[in-house]
Write a protein that binds this ligand. Structure first.
Ligand code: UDP
Length: 472
């Protein structure tokens, strides 16, 4: 490290879905802005899939990585503890270790960036007098919701999900009660209280970086910067620097890519529910039948079913896990579809798959990383939200951006039947409606490229952020 080089530490929350955008951010700051980056990442379990992922991602050693082993929190949770609460507790328990990591750094940090669950770091940042920033790894709509949450909490007395009217958030499309984030679904649950604290912590940072871009969410970004109701909660600068996503690794040519190489352009439907999303056994069977009946070619990343509707697989996802036998698929499915599709247990090279010319559609759980990977590859979607803010993302993709279609009833409420799946696949991959969706996604792909290229708005915003930390 030369003496003029700035040093920034970024903390990532447990889970690959959190780690990926942090790595991409760190990589961009290091390679485009000559900043020394140290990433403190909380690993989740003994097999530490994140560590394996990190090694591959950071082969060139562009960034320094400090893995922080997670502490056993089993005595602090029970079978009812929701994922959101678990993540908050995991980070809270890791704070002493993180503090030691920061204290032992030789070079002064000009900024400490934390992602969504890392906001509990505030007292440490203050103790060491380091400017502190949040990296909100998703969109401006959910950011505005976070910023406005204290107001909603005071103004609304009932359960949000029981409201007859949508929730009004300044500068945003109204939020349907059905679409609220998981932690808002039950105000008596511990996760709601953790969520309220998190939303309050967001307002105490020196700035917020968000993985979106102006052209995608112009009104909302404008409101975050200038709407008096939102500014009265926090006046911190907002930096839309996205869409940041992992770049295609051309050395990652596994058998899926070789199979895709042999297919026609835009002929393949890719199906995946993120780094830990699981479906019920019944839903997996309907999905398998829907794909088979559609007679459309597919690549499907499968994970064993979770019948209690939990999202705990998220913290236990492991890219090396083989996923066991595939006996939860309908009898004979693999044989009948052997020339039609590939079933990939547990984990696939998603960015490489979505960027492949043969891929023409994506059944997605609408996690924000998957969403931007799809948009920046020009691939339209069937939106199938499961957890977190994914229902909001799904509404944005279908109703605002016109780049996706979705089931009539939310998959979290009702089983999506094979006939509906078959029909959605037909619409997305074949019909006229698909054409306008494809046009819209093409435009967004272009606007994303423009935003990130030299002189583009996200590029300039990142430069402004770097200038601000340089002079702070
Ligand atoms: N991912 C992948 N292969 C898989 C599943 C997921 O590479 O089989 C990556 C995906 O490309 C994305 C991330 O894991 O970058 C998932 O993040 P997202 O925000 O979409 O969902 P989450 O896992 O957080 O629910």
């Amino acid at each position: 490290m030369d003496s003029t080089q700035l040093h920034v530490a970024i903390m990532s929350s447990p889970g690959i879905g959190h780690l990926i955008p942090v790595l991409v951010l760190g990589n961009r700051l290091a390679t485009h802005h000559n900043i020394k980056i140290t990433i403190l990442t909380i690993t989740t379990n003994s097999s530490s899939p994140e560590i394996e992922f990190l090694k591959k991602f950071n082969e060139k050693k562009t960034i320094q990585i400090i893995p922080v082993p997670s502490i056993d929190i089993s005595h602090l949770i029970d079978s009812n503890t929701k994922l959101f609460t678990q993540l908050r507790i995991l980070v809270r328990e890791a704070l002493p270790e993180i503090r030691s990591g920061i204290a032992s750094m030789n070079h002064r940090l000009v900024a400490l960036i934390v992602d969504i669950f890392g906001t509990q770091i505030l007292p440490i940042a203050e103790e060491f007098n380091i400017p502190k920033y949040v990296f909100h790894p998703t969109n401006a709509w959910s950011l505005a919701l976070f910023m406005y949450q204290q107001v909603l909490d005071q103004e609304i007395e009932s359960e949000y999900v029981d409201l007859k009217q949508p929730l009004e958030i300044p500068g945003c499309k109204a939020l349907r009660p059905d679409d609220v984030m998981d932690p808002m679904m039950d105000r008596s649950d511990q996760q709601y209280h953790e969520y309220l604290k998190l939303a309050l912590e967001y307002t105490c940072f020196d700035g917020i970086l968000t993985n979106t871009w102006e052209e995608l969410e112009e009104e909302t970004i404008k409101a975050l910067r200038s709407n008096e109701k939102l500014r009265s909660v926090s006046r911190c600068p907002i930096y839309p620097i996205g869409p940041l996503r992992r770049t295609v690794d051309i050395t990652e040519h596994d058998e899926v890519i070789h199979w895709l190489d042999k297919q026609n352009q835009k002929s393949i439907l890719y199906v995946s529910f993120g780094s830990g999303g699981t479906l019920s056994s019944e839903q997996i069977i309907e999905l398998a039948w829907g794909l088979e009946l559609s007679q459309h070619k597919f690549v499907w990343v499968v994970r064993p079913p979770s019948d209690n509707g939990t999202d705990s697989a998220y913290l236990n996802s492991n890219e090396n896990d083989t996923g066991g036998s595939l006996e939860y698929l309908p009898k004979g499915f693999l044989t009948r579809t052997k020339d039609m599709g590939l079933v990939v247990p547990m984990w696939a090279q998603q960015v490489e798959i979505l960027s492949h010319l043969s891929v023409g559609g994506f059944i997605s759980h609408c996690g924000w990383n998957s969403t931007i990977e799809s948009l920046t590859s020009g691939v339209p979607m069937i939106a199938w939200p499961l957890h977190a803010e994914q229902k909001m993302n799904s509404t944005m993709l279908t109703e605002e951006l016109g780049v996706a279609i979705r089931p009539m009833i939310l998959p979290t409420k009702k089983l999506v039947k094979r006939e509906e799946i078959q029909e959605m696949v037909r619409i997305l991959m074949h019909t006229k409606e698909e054409k306008s969706i494809r046009e819209n996604v093409k435009k967004l792909k272009l606007s994303a490229e423009n935003a990130l290229s030299e002189g583009g708005l996200s590029y300039n915003t990142m430069c402004e952020f770097v200038k601000n930390i340089r002079t702070s």
